[in-house]
Design a protein around this ligand. Structure first.
Ligand code: SF4
Ligand code: SF4
Length: 450
């Protein structure tokens, strides 16, 4: 069976096991899901099923097939495991359809052997790093409580030495959200050109699951849910994105540095659908595969209620198209509060991720996104600029020309006037006054190549 639309799976070949012990990791406690288990490695049979089903289940017209490995820490599986991945991908590859591999890692275990392997097999590596040492080490430490920054930097040096493509994933939390400019400049300085920012929202379900006895942020609403102290505050999130955005413009980095939220916004303003589930109308085509072959509705919903089945018993394509998964994805739209449905920014936001819809709307309806205030501030601040970028892109100019949008639009209008005049039979010589009425010579005006 093949699905109608492409689907994506985040594979966790070593389940929740990690060599680090980052304070905000929502995945470490998933170990409790597999009670009494000590081996969290995906075995060869399950790996082969996964690769085969993932390739065979994608739609017939899939332009490429893209694998993503995450954890826990996937490099704990060792290079030999990933060599098997490559061998199996070759065994089941579809003729003429490229296969892409992405690995999300804390980078601390990367060495020369990894460098050679990742380069040879063209992996795109995502490195988790929260900022310079004093910021990164606040929450990202090892089992002994030692900050991991120096080990991460050593891993990045390996990637640079072997010229492996890498991007960065930065968790935005209460303690780094006020340092946007410092983080932006730092990520550039380590050679990242694609930044992903993930806001941390630790709500009471997560706190309960972790049995956490630690301070909580003030409850945002009188009868609202509790929020873990590490969570980014909604207004901090908006300010963080806006400060990153302003730095991006100030440094003339448009077209040189790519920020996931900005790419997403520009695409949507231009008219494309959202490329990120969180800001799509519905979701449900990005599942998580555990080391034992269990498939779950989403990386953020790895729990018994959202267990779709095991790849030993059903194919990934069958589970992707199951009524359970369809409902999971449709609920994102169907449970939106009226407040969101009437929001001016609905088409960009779609109420964000359902896991974070923990507030009440001003009129008392449940289900408002915790980060709503931040998103609104971000949209208000950035949409006018994204509209300018979109305008120049439509005129086949790079987005970085947004700064000259008025001039470019005026030039385009003049060229259209000239075009219409030429089509109606008017003649013009190179040194004649331009037909657009600009008082310039034709060769210096609309006669110039665009
Ligand atoms: S639940 Fe959230 S993270 Fe998961 S697929 Fe839906 S929008 Fe994405
Ligand atoms: S900005 Fe707020 S109100 Fe608007 S769609 Fe997003 S969460 Fe809903």
């Amino acid at each position: 069976m093949q699905t109608k639309l492409p689907f994506h799976v985040m594979a966790k070949p070593i389940g929740p096991i990690c060599n680090l012990d980052c304070s905000y990791c929502f995945y470490l406690e998933k170990e409790e899901l597999f009670e009494g288990k000590s081996n969290f490695r995906m075995d060869d049979d399950q790996l082969e099923r996964y690769i085969q089903q993932y390739i065979e289940g994608q739609p017939a017209n899939a332009p490429e097939i893209s694998f993503a490995f995450q954890g826990g820490e996937p490099t704990l599986m060792g290079v030999a495991f990933f060599q098997k991945v490559i061998d199996l991908e070759k065994k089941y590859a579809r003729s003429g359809v490229p296969i892409i591999n992405a690995l999300q890692t804390n980078a601390t275990l990367l060495d020369d052997e990894w460098g050679v392997f990742l380069k040879k097999n063209d992996f795109l590596v995502g490195v988790s790093v929260d900022g310079p040492e004093s910021i990164h080490d606040i929450h990202r430490y090892d089992k002994q409580g030692k900050g991991s920054f120096k080990d991460v930097m050593r891993g990045i040096e390996v990637l640079q030495k072997y010229k492996v493509d890498f991007n960065t994933l930065t968790v935005v939390h209460h303690d780094n959200a006020d340092h946007a400019v410092e983080i932006y400049d730092f990520l550039k300085s380590i050679g990242s050109t694609f930044f992903q920012f993930i806001p941390i929202v630790e709500h009471d379900q997560i706190l309960e699951a972790k049995n956490v006895q630690r301070p909580i942020l003030p409850i945002l609403q009188p009868d609202g849910k509790k929020i873990g102290v590490r969570s980014v505050h909604p207004d901090q999130w908006g300010q963080f994105l806006n400060n990153i955005f302003d730095r991006w413009l100030e440094k003339n980095d448009v077209g040189k540095i790519f920020v996931q939220h900005f790419d997403l916004m520009l695409g949507m303003v231009y008219g494309y659908p959202s490329s990120l589930c969180v800001h799509s109308e519905t979701c449900g085509n990005a599942m998580a595969l555990e080391h034992d072959g269990g498939l779950y509705s989403c990386d953020h919903y790895v729990s018994p209620e959202f267990h779709l089945g095991n790849i030993r018993d059903h194919t990934i394509a069958e589970m992707t198209e199951s009524p359970q998964q369809k409902k999971f994805g449709d609920d994102k739209r169907d449970t939106l509060p009226q407040y969101c449905k009437k929001c001016d920014y609905l088409k960009y936001c779609w109420g964000a991720c359902p896991k974070d819809r923990i507030l009440k709307t001003p009129d008392g309806e449940e289900g408002l996104a915790y980060l709503c205030e931040g998103y609104m501030a971000f949209y208000k601040h950035t949409i006018p600029t994204f509209e300018k970028m979109s305008t120049v892109l439509r005129l086949k100019r790079p987005a970085s020309d947004y700064i000259n949008v008025e001039k470019i639009v005026a030039e385009q209008e003049r060229r259209m006037i000239t075009q219409q005049a030429l089509q109606s039979g008017k003649k013009v010589g190179r040194n004649d006054p331009c037909l657009c009425g600009s008082d310039k010579k034709f060769k210096q005006c609309c006669g110039r190549p665009a």
